[in-house]
Design a protein around this ligand. Structure first.
Ligand code: SF4
Ligand code: SF4
Length: 117
């Protein structure tokens, strides 16, 4: 079982899964979180104008800042953060669960914790 040095395992003081990793960006993955069929945000034109972007393949994604952060994320990574569209966040955002291996990987990618071997 892996052990970790947590800075603070709390979504309200994290935001790691809301930012495309530098490695992904370097590999050319500019689109990050897709919106899926049935996601409520797709029915909200105002939110789509502010937070949606059409990917090359014709699917909708969350718009990112030049740093690769989701435009709906407020606050500094690892500090107090908030999702501006929490109740309308797309399905992939809802699938990342606190403390899972996926969550830990995002946190490691953004330097918010390290695995202890
Ligand atoms: S699910 Fe994990 S990576 Fe995402 S904000 Fe919460 S603690 Fe951070
Ligand atoms: S919509 Fe909210 S939860 Fe999803 S990536 Fe953006 S800030 Fe994070």
């Amino acid at each position: 079982m892996a052990r970790y040095t947590d800075i603070r395992l709390d979504c309200q003081f994290c935001g790691a899964c809301c930012k495309n990793s530098t490695a992904n960006q370097a590999e050319g993955y500019v689109d990050y979180v897709p919106m899926e069929k049935g996601d409520a945000i797709l029915q909200k034109p105002e939110l789509m104008r502010r937070y949606g972007v059409l990917g090359k393949g014709g699917a909708w994604y969350l718009a990112l800042t030049s740093e690769g952060r989701c435009k709906a994320l407020r606050g500094a990574l690892g500090g107090r953060v908030r999702c501006e569209i929490y109740h309308y966040r797309p399905s992939p955002c809802r699938r990342v669960q606190l403390g899972t291996e996926l969550c830990r990987r995002y946190r490691r990618d953004h330097g918010l914790e390290t695995e202890v071997r």
